[in-house]
Design a protein around this ligand. Sequence first.
Ligand code: NAP
Ligand code: GLV
Length: 309
Amino acid sequence: MALLIYSPSHAVADWAKAIQALAPDLDIRIDPEAGNPADIDVALVWKPPPGLLQRFFNLKLIHSFGAGVDGILADPNIPKHVPLARVVDGGLTVSMAEYVLLHVLRFHRQLDVLQQNQRDRTWRWLPPVDASERVVGIMGMGALGSHVAPKLVNLGFQVASWSRSLKAVEGVTSFHGDEHLDGFLRICNILVCLLPLTPQTRGIINRRTLSLLPRGAYLINAGRGAHVVDDDLLHALDSDWLAGATLDVFNEEPLPPDHPFWTHPKVTVTPHNAADSIPAHVAPQIVDNIRRLQNGQPILRLVDYARGY
Ligand code: NAP
Ligand code: GLV
């Protein structure tokens, strides 16, 4: 069984080492040293160049390095008869919860204002706002969103969620489907995007949807950059409709040096590392899926090509 590894941004040698340690019998090849394309059974990839996967005509499994698969599905020539699996990992989920809680609390407790006051040597009491007076809305209630939501409930926030299907999570008001998006947005003081990028969700954070948020709302986007229409977000920030935004993902990554987000006083930029796949955590589930393939057992964490996630 031969595994091809391709990623422009992961430490591929470390991944090969972690996988090889669990599966010494596996023939691991790192692109561009793929050898004979006919040999390759499994491809572990992240943002493969269009046409790369099609070259390996004996592929039996495509595995994503991460939770999101938009960078793989962007290839118009992806062989859709080959099952595509993604990562669902406890470490990734915990990291994302930390990221969301950090930025929700930072906005909630007005840390940016306090830090500015300190720089100005200003002793100014800020009136407290009870967490129960704020609604945190989570777009996407999958592996990540459904883990974050109860943690926000425990902190005392009102929590709402929006997903394709109706959810039943204690303490969380569930909205679902396109017809309930506007009603969801109207109540969100803090909007957290944890959606996958699909044709339906591309550009979903735009002038219209931002205008539905209550004035003074805050945005946290850790889904994908293309969920946001950058100019519409800048307009909402500059017109003082939004209080601020924390952005981990961008339409273009790395974020170009001249992009206005870098220096915008209301924007916090993090370099797409809200939640990272770590080889030691994720290699076991990749090897497990390869063993399943070898043994004719069902592959786990499969992506639905038709839904795009
Ligand atoms: P997931 O388990 O597949 O969950 C996706 C959620 O989005 C589901 O609740 C789904 O609804 C909902 N959804 C999808 N399309 C929708 C639509 N058109 N309308 C309403 N809801 C929709 O994904 P996940 O593992 O939680 O990951 C989510 C995304 O986070 C990834 O795709 C990736 O882009 C991003 N991510 C970012 C980082 C980072 O470091 N910034 C790290 C990991 C992941 P249903 O439940 O009804 O199907
Ligand atoms: C990271 O962005 C992932 O999708 O895992």
